[in-house]
Design a binder for this molecule. Structure first.
Ligand code: PMT
Length: 410
């Protein structure tokens, strides 16, 4: 653990959840490392965890009594599980068993750890540890997908030899790796206190009460960006079109449906924000009029008159005191060329071009790649998971925003 400087996690409050798996013995090393890096650590164990490691060991290492019971008279009189949830800057569950992930995905609160995870408004990270067959089981896969949609990205598992004698994915990440990730999480000084407003997802433009025009945006890219800004310390408000994703923890989400609603939600709030990112796939046109009743199937052909929607990004960039503006460009051909035209015509500071409608990347997929352009500069962010890509894009935005911010200050 000597790799970590004493101060890296200084003042950080980490609530470590330990569930019942053989990897629980590694929790001891994890606590030591986190404390060595300066964090205050409190431990909550499930009943099963106590079969693998004693509360006394974890109490001695953390320096605090280990909490095990939801119905603990002494603490629960003061709503102890809520207090614990509020106390933590980070809830880290390591090891997280298949059973725990299932109970968390189901939103259960029948023991102290699940109850405080449900109550927590702070970031929650889980480090799965289980037999490789359990990890690959569709039930576990479905539970992990639900957790991902809620912004809980699992840390690991790693692949390798398992305690049961099998080989495959399911090993808990090593404590050293987890400590590095915790440090990275909290080293988000790049965006500390910066206020970010972003749009995400598609819009729906009603034709009649039952039909609408929309596009293929799933919201994955925008939601990943919201999480990446949050992880870098930003205060994030996201105006989201209709998607099947849960709100990322710690992000204020305002849900809208149409382009006009999205435009109003942005314009009403944008004052006071430092950065505006337009990731939403906003419909350029809407039906001139939405019929008040379902259109009957009578005529052989049907024409729907359309009118232009306001351009939200261009509108924000044209404000007298605009925030630092970042746009996206979704193109089916010549992405960089068209993106550069959009960057200039909409007067935005940066634009991220992506190819849509191809085999890989773009709408709906879990992966994407971007070419990011700004005045006199360009960087290619290669195909990767949207969560990783979002981290890389936020890093680029932080660099360019930092330059303008310093220029304004001086
Ligand atoms: O949601 P996913 O499935 O993860 O897919 C991600 C994505 C492909 C939607 C995303 O990466 C992306 O490219 N988003 C922008 C989509 C888009 O509408 O691009 P555009 O080239 O049509 O628009 C250019 C820019 O103007 C965009 O920043 C857009 O948000 C903005 N715009 C467009 C029209 C409008 N009326 N108002 C706007 O603000």
């Amino acid at each position: 653990m000597s790799l970590h400087k004493m101060s890296e996690l200084s003042g950080r409050r980490i609530l470590l959840g330990v569930t019942g798996g053989i990897a629980a013995y590694k929790s001891a090393e994890l606590i030591r490392g986190l404390r060595k890096a300066g964090a205050e650590v409190r431990v909550v164990m499930t009943e099963a965890a106590a079969q693998f490691i004693t509360p006394m060991t974890l109490q001695a290492l953390s320096g605090w009594p280990v909490r095990q019971n939801l119905f603990d008279r002494e603490h629960e009189a003061a709503m102890g599980h809520i207090e614990l949830a509020r106390w933590a800057d980070l809830v880290l569950v390591a090891p997280a068993t298949a059973d725990f992930l299932a109970r968390m995905a189901a939103g259960m609160a029948d023991d102290l750890l699940t109850a405080l995870c449900l109550a927590a408004e702070t970031r929650i990270c889980v480090a799965p540890a289980m037999n490789q067959g359990m990890w690959r089981n569709p039930a576990t896969e479905a539970n992990v997908t639900v957790l991902r949609q809620r912004g809980i990205e699992p840390w690991g598992p790693a692949e390798g030899d398992q305690a049961c004698g099998e080989t495959g994915p399911g090993r808990m990440l090593e404590p050293e790796e987890m400590i590095k990730r915790v440090v990275r999480l909290f080293s988000g000084a790049a965006m500390n206190g910066v206020r970010v407003l972003l749009t995400a997802g598609p819009t729906r433009e009603p034709i009649d009460p039952v039909r609408y025009l929309t596009n293929r945006s799933s919201g994955k890219m925008g939601y990943a960006l919201a999480g990446a800004f949050r992880d870098q310390g930003a205060q994030v408000v996201m105006i989201s079109g209709p998607v099947h994703l849960s709100s990322p923890q710690g992000v204020d989400v305002i849900r809208v449906e149409t382009a006009l609603e999205m435009a109003a939600a942005v314009m009403d709030r944008v004052e006071g924000f430092d950065i505006f990112v337009a990731c939403a796939a906003v419909a350029d046109y809407r039906p001139l009029e939405a019929a008040s009743h379902k259109i009957k199937k009578e005529a052989e052909s049907l024409q729907i008159g359309m009118t232009r929607n306001p351009d939200i990004l261009a509108g924000v960039a044209a404000l007298p005191k605009p925030p630092f503006c970042v746009g996206f460009a979704a193109e089916t051909q010549h992405p960089e060329e068209y993106a550069e035209q959009k960057r200039i015509s909409k007067c935005v500071d940066m634009i991220a071009a992506n190819l849509v409608g191809a085999e890989e990347g773009g709408f709906e997929k879990d992966e994407n790649s971007l070419t990011v352009l700004w005045e006199g500069g360009r960087v290619v962010l290669p195909m990767s998971e949207k969560s990783c890509l979002a981290e890389a894009l936020v890093e680029q935005i932080a660099k360019q925003y930092g330059k303008t911010d310093t220029a304004q200050d001086s």
